[in-house]
Write a protein that binds this ligand. Structure first.
Ligand code: OTU
Length: 663
């Protein structure tokens, strides 16, 4: 009953708004107008309900609502013609991001190419790799010096002058779209930099801008908040507040001291940020990455992470975007407990989400050589709602946090905390026999806890192998074997993200196994943040020689092999619609080193089998057959045929993978 009344109230409110905004609405013509009216009918009720939940008891509620809808209409009137056409065409293809041709890449504009124009000149390279989704790391105006890699934004409407201009961005965006590559940009909406106009005005004493942030003048109150909060960057500071002299108060700063958290308890902040979001959308953004979305709603006496109202707020942004920029979808960046990650994934909030659990457990399986936790967790948690997709990755610009569920581990007799301790030791090479060359990130002296920085190639053993080969201090055979194993691990986990359901996201540089970049320590803007170790300048010399195929030196052959193999896997993925299906069935296998899953649809199914051990492993066909696997198969990667008839055994070479299709 309540919902029905709410619904009819929404209809009445929309009627009233249409009257009040009639003039503005009438200025829109043709498809623009039709689309907007239709989307208002469909999505306004959700927006209205959610806004009432957050702001309904305020005296100025209707004013806030009307101003917001006015902004949406304004944004539609400014939306470029080709994006309106894209909006219209996506009505026919609403799940455009769910198909086997989707392959993602992410990169820093400056480190990859220098600036936006140079990125444009490298589109042929991206096309050669098969990229259809390109996440450009934050490129808006940011403080000089430390800016958390651009995640401290000083203006959402200006491009960082070191990278180019807004025109350059628009040109690049159009060029990408023309080549079938969707632009992905961040919406860093939990915080602005302390140099954003709003923060500057607050610092100069403007009370209405101060209300955009959380400023506390009472130390006890600050400590009362702090008592419940998790330190996200414990290296930087204890607690979540930073003293500011100009304000004579403590400012809420979840991340770095120069990143000021926005106060969404203030409806003016929501309105202002919707305008910024739509400005970004109108530059041609097709996927909006919601940065640090778990933190956007705060309440005293709570952890202020993953609160129910954070979901309400995200759904409000989603509705606003559906009304004014319907071609764009949302991607969640929640690197939290898997139960919480899942809550952001729905057509109401984000259709896409990073898959941090898969990422972390791939590394966990490489370290332990065992797949039990990976298999168990995937069986429990891989399935997500219809029309939603994972973005699967092995490395990103961030650290690796061990975001598996302790409950899942416990069910297998593994103590989550101890296991994280082991993984941290392993990936920072403190564990004897480790193949990894990672470094700690945000080591918390109080708990000893940390996360891991390092490039995929350095973490998977390639760096170790090369080190040994160069030093010549090991038996020749052994260093070569170590290098070989590193290469295989690198390919093995990439093979999983390329074949499992969802969009594979490749961290540019990993396609040719770029190693750790130790020089970050010599730059004062980077040295405080070990994540820069895996954000190296892109090695174009190497790429150019790979493309020309002139790289012969033995110790560099690994890059060529990885480049070729990754390209091959991507090519095969694109040829088989099975890889675009949203369902992955994780099979039970009796061998603890093997992960096996099936992807596909009624007309085609593919069985992917991965061996995480350094030795050949086998599985019995009978066990597989019971789970629906076919007697005769061919490996799409090599063309080799296998017999899975009764009582046969399938052998999987060390650290290898088979993509088996029914014959
Ligand atoms: C995100 O990551 C970005 O990916 C980081 O690059 C930024 O530094 C940060 O936000 C601030 O904008 O802590 O170590 O649990 O969910 O939001 C990475 C926190 C991070 C994560 C995540 C955050």
């Amino acid at each position: 009953v309540q919902q029905a009344t709410g619904g009819s109230e929404a209809v009445q409110a929309l009627g009233l708004l249409r009257e009040r905004l009639a003039h503005q609405l009438k200025s829109l013509k043709g498809t623009r107008r039709l689309l907007l009216e239709k989307n208002l009918d469909i999505h306004f009720p959700d927006l209205f309900q959610a806004m009432r939940e957050l702001y309904g008891s305020r005296w100025d509620f209707f004013y806030q609502l009307e101003t917001l809808i006015g902004s949406l209409i304004e944004s539609v009137s400014e939306r470029p013609e080709d994006l309106i056409r894209l909006d219209a065409s996506r009505i026919e293809e609403p799940h455009w991001y769910e198909n086997q041709r989707m392959v993602g890449a992410m990169l820093y504009v400056d480190r990859f190419a220098g600036d936006l124009q140079q990125v444009k000149s490298h589109i042929p390279y991206l096309k050669k790799l098969g990229i259809t989704y390109l996440h450009l790391m934050p490129l808006f105006k940011a403080p000089e010096g430390e800016s958390d890699g651009g995640y401290a934004i000083s203006s959402y409407r200006k491009v960082d002058s070191r990278l180019g201009t807004m025109e350059d961005l628009e040109e690049l965006s159009a060029a990408l779209r023309k080549e079938g590559i969707s632009l992905v940009l961040d919406f860093v909406f939990n915080h602005t930099s302390d140099e954003h106009d709003w923060a500057m005005a607050a610092r100069q004493g403007d009370p209405s801008r101060e209300e955009f942030y959380f400023v506390l003048r009472d130390r006890d109150e600050m400590e009362e908040y702090n008592a419940h909060l998790r330190d996200i960057f414990p290296d930087v500071r204890k607690g979540s507040f930073t003293w500011n002299d100009e304000l004579a108060g403590w400012v809420w700063t979840t991340f770095n001291s120069f990143q000021w958290d926005l106060n969404y308890g203030n409806p003016g902040v929501f309105r202002a940020m919707v305008e910024e979001m739509l400005f970004i959308a109108n530059r041609g953004t097709e996927v909006l990455r919601l940065d640090a979305l778990a933190f956007v709603w705060k309440e005293k006496g709570t952890v202020s992470e993953n609160l129910p109202k954070a979901h309400t707020l995200i759904s409000m942004f989603r509705s606003a975007a559906r009304i004014a920029a319907p071609a764009m979808v949302f991607k969640s960046e929640a690197i939290v407990h898997p139960d919480e990650v899942a809550k952001y994934i729905s057509p109401r909030e984000c259709e896409l989400s990073y898959n941090p659990m898969l990422m972390a457990l791939l590394w966990e399986s490489l370290a332990t050589r065992k797949t039990d936790l990976l298999q168990h967790s995937l069986q429990k948690r891989f399935q997500i709602p219809q029309a939603c997709s994972w973005v699967n990755y092995v490395r990103s610009h961030d650290d690796i946090g061990w975001t598996f569920a302790d409950e899942d581990a416990r069910e297998l007799g593994i103590n989550g905390n101890d296991h994280r301790g082991f993984l941290n030791d392993f990936y920072t090479a403190r564990f004897p026999g480790s193949f990894a060359r990672g470094v700690p990130f945000q080591l918390n002296p109080a708990t000893g806890d940390c996360r891991i920085s390092g490039s995929c190639a350095s973490l998977s053993g390639i760096e170790q192998g090369l080190e040994e080969l160069r030093a010549g201090d090991q038996e020749g055979d052994q260093s070569e074997r170590h290098l070989e194993e590193g290469i295989r691990r690198h390919l093995l986990i990439h093979g999983i993200i390329i074949s499992i359901s969802g969009i594979p996201l490749i961290y540019m540089g990993d396609e040719f196994a770029q190693l750790n970049w130790y020089d970050y320590q010599n730059d004062q803007n980077f040295s405080q943040d070990s994540r820069w170790i895996h954000r190296p300048p892109f090695d174009w010399d190497r790429i150019n020689s790979l493309m020309k195929n002139t790289e012969k030196a033995a110790d560099q052959g690994y890059a060529a092999r990885i480049f070729e193999q990754l390209g091959k896997m991507i090519g095969i993925r694109k040829e088989h619609p099975a890889f675009g299906e949203s369902r992955t069935t994780v099979l039970g296998v009796e061998n603890p080193h093997i992960l096996a899953y099936m992807v596909g649809n009624a007309s085609e199914q593919i069985l992917v089998v991965s061996n995480f051990n350094e030795w050949t492993e086998e599985i019995q066909s009978n066990h597989m057959r019971l789970q629906g696997v076919w007697p005769k198969v061919v490996d799409l990667l090599t063309g080799d045929r296998y017999d899975l008839g009764e009582n046969s055994t399938l052998k999987i070479p060390p650290l290898s993978q088979l993509w088996l299709s029914k014959l």
